[in-house]
Design a protein. Structure first.
Length: 421
């Protein structure tokens, strides 16, 4: 066993953090080769890259199991390499960004469509004389709008040269708009919506979709959702996230106390658990969040596929940056409760994703209590089921868009009640 001082030195080592996160990304890549042979993976990647990608496009259905996980793992490794080259510290937000890109690498983000967005953010920094390192997280989360690039390139009856040129130009312009807009929008919901870029992207996607509709241009993306598959993914998911709990416990000098330090926080932006409680306890919390998402999906007989597994990976990622069991479970309970009374079944696609991604509103439960979290979950499901039409699926973080709306509706009321008390 490691002594206290040895654990402390390990979890404070930046190289160790990068190695551990790299291993978890590499596991996704290697798992693809367990699921499929190399030929099937290469063929599947081609299908993924050339597919329109509006929400929801399940890459497991489009390209196969192996190709979807190869895409997810490879994207995550590229992102980690970028962060390392920029000498970025692997903070909670950075870890959340890596796992979010990996998660959406299973449905919506691919090796083609993320780069114009990222380049646009980089170009904005160049024009404003800002370091790309300062905007890298905006660039990574901003790939929420990557379907815009794919849709214009492949789904607008243009030849491939014209489509790619126009898609890339629009993607770059979208990327350039993200830094100033995202910084403005975070003030509107005051940090109570963790997927702030999703809120921002919802408005950008709505504007672009409105322009396309105004000129009679329709998108060809379709709803693609594979069903079942719990026998393939349930146990591996528990092992994957369970190993985070074990490893986090092992390297944290005081896991119980450090985890308590995480759980007592509201999670409101910016709450960096790596800084607050160390990498070991953060990894432990990430594993717990992944296990909660996996068990919830299994217990409601939900489908284990690209979107749901992507949602669970995202939940785990934000276990480093805002969510923990105490503030996430009331949101999920609210979504579950209202689904029992509404027209949407508990295990329908939209309801499942609302329960998992709805943890974007976890800070509300963390700050105002479980009753407020329950109400936020109830309101979130009713809104998220209707706002997707506005952006036409161009914003992958639809729950982030809805979460921002819920937060700005609830906050004035919650603040007023709190003052009254």
């Amino acid at each position: 066993m490691l002594h206290f001082s040895e654990r402390d030195s390990i979890e404070g080592n930046e190289d160790v953090k990068y190695i551990i996160v790299t291993i978890y990304c590499l596991i996704l890549l290697l798992y693809s080769m367990v699921l499929d042979n190399v030929g099937s993976i290469v063929n599947g990647i081609s299908k993924i890259v050339f597919s329109p990608d509006t929400l929801i496009t399940d890459y497991i259905q489009v390209g196969g199991h192996g190709a979807a996980f190869f895409n997810a793992g490879f994207l995550a490794l590229i992102i980690l390499y970028m962060l390392r080259r920029l000498k970025a510290i692997l903070t909670g937000p950075a870890i959340a960004a890596v796992f979010t890109v990996a998660g959406f690498g299973l449905f919506g983000k691919n090796l083609y469509n993320i780069w114009p967005i990222i380049f646009g953010v980089w170009l904005y920094g160049k024009l404003k004389k800002e370091s790309f390192k300062n905007n890298i997280l905006i660039a990574l989360f901003g790939t929420a709008l990557s379907p815009i690039v794919s849709e214009i390139t492949f789904a607008m009856d243009l030849n491939i040269i014209a489509g790619a040129t126009l898609g890339i130009i629009v993607g770059v312009l979208v990327g350039m708009s993200l830094p100033p807009l995202s910084r403005f929008f975070v003030g509107i919901h005051q940090g109570y919506n963790l997927y702030n870029i999703g809120f921002t992207a919802g408005f950008i996607g709505t504007i672009i979709m409105s322009l396309l509709r105004a000129f009679g241009l329709s998108l060809k993306g379709e709803f693609i959702w594979s069903v079942g598959q719990s026998d393939i993914y349930f146990i591996p998911s528990l092992i994957y996230f369970g190993s985070m709990v074990v490893l986090g416990w092992f390297i944290s000098p005081s896991p119980i106390n450090k985890l308590k330090g995480i759980i007592k926080r509201s999670g409101r932006i910016v709450t960096d658990f790596v800084i607050i409680s160390g990498f070991g306890a953060t990894l432990l919390n990430m594993g717990l969040m992944g296990i909660i998402g996996t068990l919830y999906l299994y217990l409601i007989s939900g489908d284990f596929n690209g979107p749901t597994l992507g949602a669970i990976l995202t939940m785990a990622g934000f276990g480093a940056f805002g969510t923990h069991p105490r503030n996430a479970l009331p949101i999920m309970a609210g979504v579950f409760a209202v689904s029992k009374l509404s027209i949407w079944s508990t295990n329908s696609p939209g309801t499942v994703l609302a329960a998992l991604f709805g943890t974007t509103l976890a800070p509300i439960a963390g700050a105002f209590g479980w009753a407020a979290g329950l109400a936020a979950g109830i309101l979130h499901l009713t809104i998220v089921m209707n706002v997707g039409y506005l952006h036409g699926g161009l914003n992958l973080y639809n729950n982030g868009f809805s979460g921002g709306i819920v937060a700005i509706i609830m906050l004035p009321i919650l603040e007023a009640l709190k003052k009254e008390e």
